[in-house]
Design a binder for this molecule. Structure first.
Ligand code: SAH
Length: 574
């Protein structure tokens, strides 16, 4: 078999991210490329390996959509471009239920590319379930049929449906992709003898916070679509089971149902607030504003001696200052120097304080042409369990992990270590263990303060996110409001999201020239961003105001108070 990447045809389910399979999630987390469709939810895209190449092949209906034949070719191309890579082909619902997964699989077989199918929960069954409609029910429907309402016959361009037989079919009929043709479909079914009073339901955007069920009968189908403005994606379900939906509709309208809120993740507590807003029905778009990057090689200060003994002053200025200076300023880069891996010989203990630190260090070690044998005989310390687990992935067990999993705990643990006896020329000496800290440029000085003899290598840097992936930018554009949990969140958000806003000399989004009639800020690409913001306390409020946001502010500076305020706002204004 040729050395190709492996393609996974994955079903993303109908919309609710909780309906993605565990296997699907597992593959997305390690994917090198994700080729995804329009109906895949933002939350699921957010689960993909952040380093994956994200390829959108299903733009909105008004935009250019990549043709199926091109998608087929693209999958083969990626399999070739990424030998041994993981290529995820992510589709709404189930890949083999009107998902054209079969066509893609045939192309892969023809090209000799190996693939797996990871089934998804199809909308055909799950969307009715979320509307309280069982597709089969004892005494009402003993079969159900899933039908495309879209496929045209090549001969005459008419819908290629066998209306005669469908009209006779006693089971539940479930139409996908049929809204535009439903008036015609309903009339033809009646003409062919189906009872005009057959109960029917349209379920729009099922399983998402925007789900809506509209009931009708076969004879009122067409007019109901127009009157209620039923829009895609929606399924149409016909048959006696629809009546059960009146009693079994279980999905409650929550206070924030139908609201899309952006939560910036500058503050640690932001993910807590995301979970709470989701539980209240909101669709939450989390936008992390920082990213980490492995440095080409570790950095040490020029003044630091690697071949240190116990009492060596490691840094004459704090390394945090060094790293940001070195990284931000090319002048500074000359003052620092790359660490030399051969100097690892001068350390007894290597201490890691994050998984990023572990990954970056080993990447750099391998890039230097060495491997883990250079660590033979060294003691390894980790700040906590997650970092410890990451080290285990590299085949390394930790010797020291503090019970409280904090930097302070690690510092105290290492500071209390007994001196290591060493024999030189018959005499035994007890030098203090020589410790190397492997950290990021924003690590604080807790460890260095507790371990003045330690050296720090900066192995990765933390930077503000400079670009958001297209799908995230689009999600933010269509949001109702932004939730700010700190002033730094406001600043980060504005520098990342609004960097292209029209007025360069003024960031004031209230300016007429930069706002659209619906009151959104607009950037050079005519993208619109929400102007409404929910702020935690007065300081955050004034930061948001200074950038031109409309603000609704929590009474107290707590998450509880902020969430309460958001619910209050939407309850009053709905
Ligand atoms: N493979 C998909 C179907 C793709 S065809 C599956 O198994 O679900 C696309 C059609 O599926 C849409 O036109 C719509 O009819 C239906 N659909 C998909 N997601 C939906 C949703 N969340 N709510 C309602 N209908 C949905």
């Amino acid at each position: 078999m040729a050395n190709f990447g492996h393609v996974y045809l994955i079903g993303a389910g109908p919309g609710d991210p909780g309906l993605l399979t565990l296997r699907g999630k597992d593959i997305l987390e390690k994917a090198d490329v994700v080729v995804y469709d329009r109906l895949v939810s933002q939350a699921i895209l957010g689960m993909c390996n952040p380093k994956a190449k994200m390829v959108d092949v299903g733009k909105m209906p008004t935009h250019h959509k990549v043709k199926q034949s091109e998608i087929n070719k693209l999958l083969v191309q990626f399999a070739k471009e990424y030998p041994q890579g993981v290529i995820a082909r992510l589709k709404g619902g189930d890949p083999f239920v009107f998902g054209r997964g079969g066509e893609e699989a045939l192309e892969l077989v023809a090209a000799g590319v190996e693939f797996d199918v990871v089934p998804g929960i199809t909308s055909a069954i799950s969307v009715p379930a979320y509307a309280g409609i069982p597709v089969s029910h004892r005494g009402i429907a003993t079969s159900f049929h899933i039908i495309t309402g879209h496929e045209k016959a090549e001969s005459n361009g008419e819908l290629s449906l066998d209306f005669e037989n469908l009209a006779k079919c006693p089971g539940t009929l479930i139409f996908l992709m049929g809204i535009a043709n439903m008036d015609f479909i309903a009339k033809r079914l009646i003409e062919c003898g189906k009872d005009p009073k057959t109960p029917l339901a349209f379920i729009e955007k099922g399983t998402t916070p925007y789900q809506r069920t509209v009931m009708a009968t076969l004879e009122t189908a067409g007019e109901t679509i127009v009157r209620e403005n039923v829009t895609a994606p929606a399924i149409t379900i016909m048959g006696g089971v629809v009546e059960l939906g009146k009693t079994l509709a279980w999905k409650k309208n929550l206070p924030l149902s139908g609201k899309r809120l952006v939560v910036t993740r500058a503050a640690k507590q932001a993910s807590g607030i995301s979970a709470r807003l989701s539980a209240l029905g909101a669709e939450v778009i989390e936008t992390p504003m920082i990213e980490t990057r492995t440095l080409e090689c570790p950095l040490v200060m020029a003044q630091a001696h690697d071949s240190i003994g116990s009492a060596m002053p490691v840094c004459e200025q704090p390394v945090t200052a060094l790293a940001s200076h070195v990284i931000a300023n090319p002048e500074g880069a000359r003052q620092s120097r790359p660490a030399d891996f051969s100097s690892l010989a001068n350390f007894d203990i290597l201490a890691f304080t994050s998984t990023n630190g572990v990954e970056s260090f080993f990447k750099q070690l391998l890039a230097s042409g060495r491997d883990i044998r250079i660590l033979a005989g060294k003691k390894i310390a980790s700040v906590g369990k997650i970092t410890e687990k990451k080290l285990l992935e590299y085949g390394i067990r930790c010797d020291y992990v503090p019970e409280d999993h904090t930097g302070e705990g690690l510092g105290k643990l290492l500071a209390a270590l007994n001196p290591i006896p060493q024999s030189t020329e018959g005499a035994t000496s007890y030098p203090i263990p020589r410790i190397l800290l492997l950290q990021g440029n924003l690590a604080d000085d807790t460890l260095l303060n507790l371990l003045p003899q330690a050296t720090r290598w900066v192995v990765y840097e933390t930077l503000p996110v400079s670009e958001l992936p297209d799908w995230k930018r689009e999600a933010v554009e269509n949001a109702d409001a932004v939730v700010f949990a700190s002033t730094s969140a406001v600043e980060n958000y504005c520098s990342v999201i609004l960097s292209g806003v029209r007025s360069t000399e003024s960031k004031d989004l209230n300016r007429d020239s930069s706002t659209t009639p619906n009151g959104f800020a607009q950037n050079d690409n005519n993208a619109c961003y929400p102007r409404k913001s929910f702020c935690i306390g007065r300081m955050t409020e004034s930061a948001a105001k200074s950038h031109g946001f409309e603000t609704v502010t929590s009474d107290e500076t707590t998450m509880d108070s902020l969430v309460k305020k958001i619910v209050e706002f939407y309850t009053k204004n709905s």
